[in-house]
Design a protein around this ligand. Structure first.
Ligand code: 5GP
Ligand code: ZN
Length: 114
């Protein structure tokens, strides 16, 4: 599987080909604001490696997936977010529309309504 997919909107954000409100970035993860927020805070935590769905995660991605969660916790703490909901849709029928895995972080007073 290639690192980036030139048809993928999140790969284009990772490549800085299209803009996004970037919150955090390291060599493996990018975090940016969802363009259509469903909560007062709605950020997307995206591995830079192009993995289409949760079902495509393999043994070789184990460390990356752990790192993703450590970064969620770090970015939340740095932004004084101490309660949040994490969602990863898998498959079109679940609501997935961007086929590059990402965790939605939702927070703020309306999160129970999400
Ligand atoms: P999914 O439905 O695949 O779980 O989530 C995709 C998310 O990406 C949606 O919440 C949608 O609002 C967001 N999104 C789609 N296109 C863009 C974009 O070009 N920029 C940003 N920042 N978010 C996007
Ligand atoms: Zn991608």
């Amino acid at each position: 599987m290639s690192q980036l997919d030139n048809q993928c909107i999140f790969c284009k954000i990772i490549n800085k080909e299209i803009p996004a409100s970037i919150i955090f970035e390291d060599e493996k993860i990018i975090v940016f604001k969802d363009a259509f927020p469903k909560a007062p805070i709605h950020w997307l935590f995206v591995p830079k490696k192009h993995i289409p769905t949760h079902m495509d995660i393999s043994q070789e991605n184990k460390e990356l997936m752990g790192h993703l969660h450590v970064i969620v916790q770090k970015v939340a703490k740095e932004n004084n977010i101490n309660h949040y909901k994490l969602i990863m849709n898998c498959g079109y029928e679940s609501g997935q529309r961007v086929f590059h895995i990402h965790l939605h972080l939702l927070s703020g007073k309306t999160q129970e309504e999400v």
